[in-house]
Design a binder for this molecule. Structure first.
Ligand code: ATP
Length: 454
């Protein structure tokens, strides 16, 4: 599947128009690689994270939640290998000084097997094929670019005060491994789980919320006996797919891809990506990596603190190995949003709607009086609204414009049901329930309404 530019434009424009996602710092011309989630976006995002947390933390006995600080001692990033190894290949347009990801530029120029190339090989291909920047200018040599945002902690700006905005949430869990073992002494295997922001100074952020500089991750570090890593790896890869299915994403759009050695992160011995058919093509949505004892062993060495675990029963002393299923929240949001985007025709007119599953829809039900200037209708509608709001929470009051316009607006934000109170309601205590997907309308008695919607 290749990039569908029109579809992307339609999705980005709907996301802005209806309050899902705005460009970051928009009134000042934006800030590349940042996006702000609006009122409906934040609710949809929360519905995704709540499902993730209830599935992987609350729903299991072997998982412990963590919420670690974003700023960490710089030694963490030296030990993890990110100071030395979290790099992307960069080339610069010698005239405009614009910078590009060298591997992406080569791929755009139909060069194959880019991921396995050394920098020298990339330079050779650029020279041999006369590859220029997108503006048609000469390019610099390829060089390393560290993607971590550097900052200083406290009032003194010197080497000792250097810190980084974390580029992954994972390290917050590794440095707390011993704390959790000491507090809970869990049996192996067990995991730590965290949802939080991560920051990557991407050379060329793009494709809406797919490649951003400030992102959110939902990550698990699952500690296992080294002999058993493969079975746990396979299990977690399946669990990742199951979560996507639970979000209502169709199986045929989900693909597991074995990541070749040259493409793997510096800490990984074996990785599978879960790719998804986005409107920008088939791209990485989730990752699953076998991080071995890379992180714990390295922290043990650099901090001088033991990361050993005594296996219950055998008393064997080991540094556990780690399987890391990682979920990019922004990309998951993008997958849910783009998958929900649907166009059809109603009464000869084009209609756009978001076909969210009911458990993810930011607004579950909209309640309207047929006419807003009829107090008896408004009063009855308010009663229905209050009852439903108590039960479902995310219920919207909507009395703007005529009923046709309300339906269109609710379709565009993906509300599964609209409930309308009309003059007949005052007689028969029944309301009209309109179904987003079929546009069919049904009369339902108020006493049965909540059960019906449930
Ligand atoms: P890519 O190859 O696309 O740069 P990655 O392999 O570096 O991604 P990981 O380090 O495995 O990504 O990060 C875990 C997850 O975080 C990814 O699967 C993705 O969902 C998400 N992610 C990583 N980088 C970004 C980004 N710049 N913007 C949005 N999400 C991201």
């Amino acid at each position: 599947m290749s990039k569908d530019v029109n579809l992307m434009e339609d999705i980005v424009s709907l996301a802005k128009r209806r309050g899902f996602i705005y460009q970051g710092s928009e009134i000042y011309g934006g800030l590349a690689g940042t996006w702000d989630y609006g009122p409906l976006g934040v609710t949809l995002k929360r519905n995704i994270t709540n499902l993730w947390w209830s599935t992987f933390v609350d729903g299991r006995e072997d998982m412990f939640g963590i919420d670690a600080a974003i700023l960490m001692n710089q030694k963490v990033w030296q030990a993890s290998g990110h100071v030395g190894g979290f790099n992307d290949p960069l080339v610069e347009d010698l005239k405009t000084k614009k910078r590009y990801r060298a591997d992406h530029l080569l791929e755009q120029n139909n060069v194959e097997n880019v991921s396995s190339m050394t920098f020298e090989q990339m330079n050779e291909v650029i020279k041999d094929r006369g590859i220029k920047s997108p503006d048609g200018n000469e390019l610099s040599d390829v060089r390393q670019f560290n993607m971590m945002f550097k900052t200083h902690v406290g009032a003194v700006e010197d080497e000792t005060s250097v810190s980084y905005l974390r580029p992954e949430t994972a390290q917050g869990m590794f440095v707390n491994f011993k704390n959790v073992v000491d507090s809970f002494y869990p049996d192996l295997p067990f995991g730590l789980a965290q949802i939080g922001k991560a920051f990557r100074n991407e050379i060329s952020p793009r494709d809406f919320i797919f490649r951003v500089r400030e992102l959110e991750q939902m990550e698990i570090e699952y500690f296992v006996h080294p002999d058993e890593w493969k079975q746990h790896f396979d299990y977690w890869l399946d669990q990742q797919k199951q979560f996507l299915l639970d979000l209502g994403l169709p199986e045929e759009k989900i693909h597991h891809v074995d990541v070749p050695e040259e493409d793997r992160a510096h800490y990984s011995k074996y990785s599978f990506d879960t790719e998804f058919d986005f409107p920008i093509g088939q791209k990485e949505l989730l990752g699953c990596a076998y991080r071995t004892d890379h992180d714990l062993a390295s922290h043990m060495k650099h901090s001088g603190k033991s990361m050993e675990y005594i296996v219950k029963g055998t008393n064997e002393k080991i540094v556990p190995h780690v399987i890391e299923p990682t979920f990019g929240l922004d990309r998951t949001f993008f997958a849910v949003l783009s998958n929900a985007y649907t166009e059809d025709e109603v009464n000869g007119e084009k209609r756009v709607y978001l076909k969210f599953p009911a458990h993810l829809a930011p607004v579950r039900v909209a309640v309207s009086p047929l006419l807003k200037n009829k107090p008896e209708l408004v009063e009855k509608a308010r009663e229905v609204y209050s009852t439903l709001k108590k039960e479902f929470g995310n219920v919207m009051w909507d009395d703007n414009g005529n009923i046709g316009k309300r339906y269109r607006r609710q379709d565009e934000i993906g509300t599964p049901y609209c409930v309308v109170i009309d003059f007949d309601t005052l007689e028969d205590n029944a309301v009209t329930v309109r179904n987003r997907d079929t546009t069919e309308q049904e009369r339902v008695n108020i006493a049965e309404l909540a059960a019906k919607l449930r």
